[in-house]
Ligand binder design. Structure first.
Ligand SMILES: [Zn+2]
Length: 113
């Protein structure tokens, strides 16, 4: 389960930034998750509840924001929202595409007290 290591890094980021701010508690962590990643938010939350025990980020709420899978056509410049793993420009049917969004995974904001 590769969610476990990613969950550990989310926790590390939350704890270290909370400590930097001298916070007592982490309330909420907002995570941006690209549509093209295969992480399952439910697993991340379950792992989080385990690894965060006893830390100042224990019981924080994890909020996942989905980043759409967008590819830019290198032939016509059109941006296509990729669906069903079809890697094709919806404007000109070119397959000469560059992914510009959808692979991201990062902690966007951390709410602390
Ligand atoms: Zn195109």
């Amino acid at each position: 389960m590769h969610e476990l290591s990613i969950t550990q890094s989310i926790l590390n980021i939350a704890v270290s930034s909370a400590q930097k701010e001298h916070a007592k508690k982490v309330n909420k962590i907002t995570i941006v998750l690209g549509e093209m990643t295969d992480f399952i938010p439910q697993y991340i939350q379950e792992y989080y509840n385990i690894v965060s025990k006893g830390t100042i980020a224990e019981n924080a709420e994890l909020v996942f924001k989905k980043a759409p899978a967008i590819a830019r056509c290198l032939d016509c410049g059109h941006d296509t929202h990729l669906k069903d793993y079809k890697f094709i420009c919806e404007n000109c049917a070119s397959q000469n595409l560059k992914i510009i969004s959808g692979k991201e995974f990062f902690v966007e904001t951390i709410d602390i007290d």
